[in-house]
Design a protein around this ligand. Structure first.
Ligand SMILES: [Zn+2]
Ligand SMILES: [Zn+2]
Length: 411
């Protein structure tokens, strides 16, 4: 069974995402909005990178399942050339998304994945790209009924991507309420409410493209008072990998306190509201995690972040289901990169060694890639090894400098 060729519109949209982030950043500087913090934005984007690395494989498996179901068990043969079916497909996708998203807020094991999207305590376009690594594992099941109805995969995939791309622009603090459009579409104002940790805003406005579902099913809330962003129990970390596991750790800790097996399982099936409040209590709604400003460390991270994005582009071009060592090896380098960026912001001691590991992995990748060299693989290896050594030395000097001169700020 071969899936028909499908165009990846999200990949085409990525340069525009960065362009719009650049424009919003300029607006933020002009207006003195302070909606951007470097470490927060890089962590948001790093989460997006982690999501793309893992998703490259999950997406192919999910589309395979969709196509298999649509080919073998669909109720109707739906033509791809009628606009009304495209609109119907969008309504079905958005309806499925509403329930996937709502349940992701109401069931612990789903929240454990979706929480990543809500951990930023800022609100700007980089938050849109802050996506969980494994959420697609659950999300795709919600779309399978659409395959069962019979919407062709070519139609579904375009609509699902449009529905996803639509949600990018609503992550901005700079667009006010939009009048009558608020009644039909999800807007920045409504989605700000969704990201709010104010008690009145919790678990509201789950819609993706349309706002009608929240109004129909009783989860609509209008933006009325200043929104404070993030989760009620903050992550207090810039680590984009840990952010995907933190809530699993919390659930496992609570499950350990339960005596019977069924009570342990229930911890994963109940909602975040049923979780115990930590002994030290929850911080004020105005709380924001922060670490000291480190101009040169930020520059180091920025250069390597740009390289990681370029590696991601290379990685996504090679995405396939079959096992390919160099593909997964490159994915591993990207994951170690984003792990290290977060650790550098937090001045973790272990980042010296994990950055050394990353440099060795990069040299290893050059060895694999240039084995049949375009110049001479030994030449590439030597250049790569020298640059990696210089880079590692620079990071060590920066760590020495900042670790001795600064202590982390916790609030
Ligand atoms: Zn959400
Ligand atoms: Zn969002």
């Amino acid at each position: 069974m071969t899936i028909p060729h499908l165009t990846n519109y999200v990949a085409f949209a990525i340069p525009f995402f960065f362009l719009l982030i650049g424009i919003e950043l300029i607006v933020d500087k002009i207006k003195n909005g302070h909606h951007y913090r470097f470490s927060d934005s890089i962590t948001n984007l790093s989460c997006g990178i982690g999501n793309q690395v893992v998703n490259a494989t999950i997406k192919l498996l999910a589309l395979g399942a969709y196509y298999w179901l649509q080919s073998h068990y669909s109720l109707f043969k739906i033509p791809v050339d009628s606009p009304i079916y495209w609109l119907l497909c969008l309504i079905c996708v958005d309806f499925a998304y509403y329930w996937y998203h709502r349940l992701s807020h109401e069931i612990n094991f789903m929240w454990a994945m979706h929480i990543v999207h809500h951990q930023s305590e800022e609100y700007n376009l980089t938050v849109a790209l802050r996506q969980a690594m494994f959420a697609r594992l659950i999300a795709f099941a919600f779309y399978l009924p659409i395959a069962f109805i019979g919407f062709p995969i070519e139609m579904f995939f375009v609509v699902a991507q449009f529905q996803l791309i639509y949600q990018f622009w609503i992550h901005t603090p700079y667009v006010p309420k939009l009048g009558f459009l608020e009644y039909i579409f999800m807007t920045p104002s409504q989605h700000r409410v969704h990201h709010g940790k104010n008690s009145i805003y919790l678990d509201k406005n789950h819609g993706g493209t349309f706002s009608i579902w929240d109004r129909l099913f009783g989860t609509y809330r209008e933006e009325t008072v200043k929104v404070y962003f993030g989760t009620t129990k903050p992550l207090k970390s810039w680590n984009p990998i840990w952010s995907n596991f933190v809530y699993w750790r919390e659930m496992i800790d609570v499950a350990k306190t339960k005596s019977t097996f069924s009570e342990k399982i229930k911890v994963f099936l109940k909602g975040p509201k049923d979780m115990p409040i930590p002994a030290e209590g929850l911080p004020e709604v105005t709380y924001k995690y922060d670490t000291p400003k480190m101009k040169w460390m930020n520059r180091y991270v920025f250069v390597h972040f740009v390289l990681a994005v370029l590696c991601l582009g290379l990685y996504l071009k090679q995405a396939k289901v079959e096992f390919d060592f160099s593909f997964y090896y490159l994915g591993a380098i990207i994951l170690v990169s984003i792990l290290n960026f977060g650790a550098m912001f937090e001045l973790k001691r272990w980042v010296r060694w994990s950055e050394l590991l990353r440099m060795v992995m990069i040299v290893g990748f050059l060895y694999i890639t240039f084995q049949n060299g375009f110049i001479n693989h030994i030449g590439w290896l030597v250049i790569g090894a020298i640059l990696s050594l210089i880079s590692w030395t620079v990071m060590n000097r920066l760590l020495d400098r900042y670790q001795t001169g600064l202590t982390p700020i916790s609030s």
